[in-house]
Design a protein around this ligand. Structure first.
Ligand SMILES: Nc1ncnc2c1ncn2[C@@H]1O[C@H](COP(=O)(O)OP(=O)(O)OP(=O)(O)O)[C@@H](O)[C@H]1O
Length: 464
């Protein structure tokens, strides 16, 4: 049959297809298809790109098969001619097969295009920040899992079970730092690998440009040539269907070819909104690791690390104060250190609690934690290994008496209760006993360093 007949047949098919898809889908995905030939039960059409071919096969293969069988005849096979290079008109021919996997597709005859040349020159700028490495990333309970998996990936990209690695958590908890560190490690252990960090925002901009300039094929080929792809803030793809669709094909291609994918998001894949289900399903294939809010120990560790790195000299008391009050965000902790440094240099004052208070109150709302007598009783009992009933009893051995005195002193310092109500709640004692207890504790703190440290430790636990 001649091309003309193929044309007629295709026009009949288009009429059926038009009734089954939206107008936009029709003009985007079906009008660009060019009927070429119908011979020996094989209907050959030309499609503009490999991506186009994949999309058609993935999304419309059933509709196409049904339509072609109806309009052309049962047993007709569909053959695609994929246009590889628009300027030279080079193409490759691929049969329609819904079982054809993308990795098989990419084993198709080698194509001559600009990116084939690029593959021989493996080095691209990975866009990694050298400061964000594993040496500067402090480990804590909130990031242990993600960090451990990250090190493993850095050493063996693409070959661990953590593929993709999906790191999620609130803003400022260290997601970007960690994924850069993985990229740096991967590059160090495998210098020939093509590692690339890209933010979701930049990826989106590049994709939009590619659509505008009619270079989506090049865009796809480039991303499909990466060995370790790090995509930051994937939640920003929400509602961007074209970008998601393109990323879906890149993801499939890389994953099926044993390449490493590392993604970050502000929430877990389970609660990601505005993203296609087929993408979310893929995000769950590897490891989803949360980086939660840093605990006190990690906050302190990071502060000490930064202080040491900046060559500063800051008292533990000041470090504890900052770590106690700046709780949510590591970026804020860094901000406080920078402010302290600036204040101290400009005013020529030492970095003390007063200065720290100023710097911290610029970053967070410092509202003192409300402490109750019950909490104080619990913490003191736990510290000395006593039962609450023992503290509230009439028994007077030395250990119990000391614990009661400390609890009374702390209740006086940290609550607004009167002396008599403190006495009432700590063993039904009168206000004179509480007054005496406060004096004893104060006096002992003045002369006994160890005792003072013990009270400080209990206070820290109360405020934690
Ligand atoms: N464990 C850590 N050790 C040392 N520095 C850290 C750690 N976690 C985070 N930081 C530092 O905190 C700052 C904020 O971290 P990062 O940008 O990685 O957060 P994020 O979770 O990606 O935030 P966002 O979602 O807002 O992009 C960075 O300067 C980073 O170096």
């Amino acid at each position: 049959m001649k091309v003309n007949s193929a044309n007629d047949l295709w026009h009949r098919c288009l009429r059926v297809i038009r009734d089954n898809v939206s107008e936009t889908t029709f003009s985007t995905w079906f009008l660009p298809i060019v009927p070429l030939n119908y011979e020996n039960n094989v209907f050959t059409v030309q499609v503009p790109s490999q991506f186009f071919y994949e999309y058609i096969e993935e999304t419309f293969v059933d509709l196409l098969r049904m339509t072609i069988h109806r309009e052309i005849g049962e047993g007709t096979r569909l053959m695609y001619r994929v246009l590889v290079d628009r300027t030279s008109g080079t193409s490759t021919t691929i049969p329609s097969d819904d079982k054809l996997k993308p990795n098989q597709l990419y084993n198709a005859p080698k194509q001559e295009n600009p990116f084939a040349r690029k593959e021989v020159i493996p080095n691209i700028d990975p866009q990694l920040n050298p400061i964000y490495n594993f040496n500067t990333f402090v480990e804590g309970t909130s990031n242990k899992l993600a960090r451990t998996a990250g090190i493993s990936i850095g050493n063996n990209p693409g070959t661990t079970i953590f593929n993709p690695l999906f790191v999620y958590g609130q803003s400022g908890v260290g997601k970007t730092h960690l994924v850069h560190a993985i990229g740096i490690q991967a590059k160090q252990t495998h210098p020939d690998k093509r590692v690339l960090y890209v933010s979701a925002n930049l990826f989106q901009i590049q994709y939009t440009d590619a659509v505008r300039n009619n270079t989506v094929n090049d865009f796809l080929n480039f991303y499909q040539s990466i060995d370790v792809l790090i995509l930051d803030d994937i939640h920003e793809f929400a509602g961007k269907n074209g970008t998601q669709n393109t990323f879906f094909h890149i993801f499939n291609h890389l994953h099926q070819n044993g390449k490493q994918l590392i993604l970050t998001s502000d929430r877990s894949p389970m609660v990601l909104q505005g993203l296609e289900q087929r993408l979310i399903t893929r995000f769950k294939w590897g490891l989803s690791a949360e980086i939660s809010k840093p605990d006190f120990e990690l906050r302190k560790g990071i502060l000490k690390h930064k202080i040491f790195k900046d060559g500063l000299d800051i008292d533990d008391e000041v470090v504890n104060y900052i770590a106690e009050n700046v709780t949510d965000n590591i970026r804020d902790l860094e901000g406080v250190i920078i402010s302290l440094l600036a204040y101290s240099t400009l005013t020529d004052k030492p970095i003390d609690l007063e200065l720290a208070h100023k710097a911290v109150s610029n970053v967070v709302n410092v509202t003192p934690k409300v402490v109750t007598i019950e909490q104080i009783r619990n913490v003191v009992c736990e510290h000395f290994g006593l039962k609450i009933e023992e503290m509230l009893s009439k028994r007077r051995n030395r250990e119990l008496a000391q614990a009661r005195q400390i609890a009374m002193y702390l209740a006086k310092c940290h609550t607004k209760h009167s002396l008599s109500s403190i006495g009432e709640m700590i063993g039904k004692r009168d206000h004179a006993t509480v007054l005496h207890a406060c004096k004893v504790v104060n006096d002992l703190m003045e002369i006994d360093k160890q005792y003072r440290a013990c009270i400080q430790e209990i206070q820290n636990k109360i405020k934690a």
